[in-house]
Ligand binder design. Structure first.
Ligand code: MEV
Length: 309
């Protein structure tokens, strides 16, 4: 057998995080500048399947680490394809920051499943791959909407409503985003669990806030598809006000938002689970340097400049 390599990109949610868990629409796009990759190479007979990653600091044998998410990913692939455990080494690498709301866990699983299925001669299509990675997302946090696995597996901008087939949407006119890392881990399951508790104690209030976020996501889709970039910034800022009200912002996020706004950002919001993680900033091309510098001064530990196309 010959080696097989596959990749999956990082992702950011542009609009609708958290509300999407409760059935509202959300928009997410891949970030190809950061990615996970997996390479499968044949090994001598009776080696079994080994998963190794220096960037994630792990080495796992399929037979010995049955509950690890990456081993479960490999096992689901073998079950789906009705294939026995191959004698092979899967080497994983990832440049996607962990716990930053950039979909690192979903992308690593997607790259692994894509590479292993390709190596075995049956590459999974995006829908099957996404369904498989969704099973792994459920291990990480109990009630994922499915948006993260969808966008990393399709690798295209996605308009997503839970339990319905994803719609790929068109970006009418490319726009520049800065993705600025607060340096504080964003633990999605904690953020999602906190929102759930608050929703349970005040369901009417939270359901209304989720509906407002959903309305913004619908308007944002139209603005992005028609290339109306001027409308995108205010929608981001409104979405952030609602995220604040559902309790997923933080001092570090607010500090970056304030700095970006003072430096001339068109719109700013957190992206993903929140509490920490990344802030996304819509910036006119001529202001990206100035805003990046302001974000760094305000404590951003990493800035990724991406053109959404
Ligand atoms: C996490 O990237 C996005 C959340 O909306 C959770 C989910 O959709 O499962 C916070």
């Amino acid at each position: 057998m010959t080696s097989y390599t596959a990749t999956a990109p990082g992702k950011i949610i542009l609009f609708g995080e958290h509300a999407v868990v409760y059935g509202q629409p959300a928009l997410a796009v891949p970030v190809h500048k950061v990615q996970a990759s997996a390479m499968v190479t044949p090994c001598p007979e009776n080696s079994g399947l080994i998963i190794e990653s220096s960037s994630l600091n792990l080495r796992l044998a399929l037979a010995e680490a049955a509950t690890h998410a990456l081993v479960v990913t490999a096992q689901l692939v073998l079950e789906k394809l009705k294939e026995p455990e191959p004698d092979a080494l899967i080497t994983i690498q990832s440049t996607i920051p962990i716990a930053g709301g950039l979909g690192s866990g979903a992308a690593v699983s997607a790259a692994l499943a894509r590479a292993l299925s390709g190596y075995l001669g049956h590459p999974l299509d995006p829908a099957d791959l996404s369904a498989l990675v969704y099973e792994i997302e459920k291990l990480h946090h109990g009630t994922p909407s499915g948006i993260d696995n969808t966008v990393v597996c399709y690798g295209q901008p996605v308009y997503f409503v839970r339990d319905t087939p994803p719609e790929v949407f068109r970006v009418g006119k490319p726009f520049h985003l800065l993705i600025a890392d607060t340096g504080v881990a964003s633990l999605t399951h904690i953020a999602v669990g906190g929102v759930r508790e608050r929703w349970q104690s005040a369901p009417q209030k939270y359901t209304a806030l989720f509906a407002d976020i959903g309305q913004i996501a619908r308007q944002a889709r139209e603005a992005i598809e028609t290339g109306n970039i001027a409308a995108i910034g205010p929608l981001m800022t409104n979405n952030q006000s609602l995220l604040r009200r559902i309790g997923v912002s933080s001092d570090e996020i607010e500090r970056l938002i304030e700095a970006a706004e003072q430096a001339g950002a068109e719109g700013t919001k957190l992206s993903g689970g929140g509490i920490g993680g990344n802030v996304i900033v819509l910036a006119a091309p001529e202001h990206t340097e100035r805003i990046s510098e302001a974000l760094r001064q305000a404590g951003a530990v990493r800035i990724i400049h991406t053109l959404v196309t």
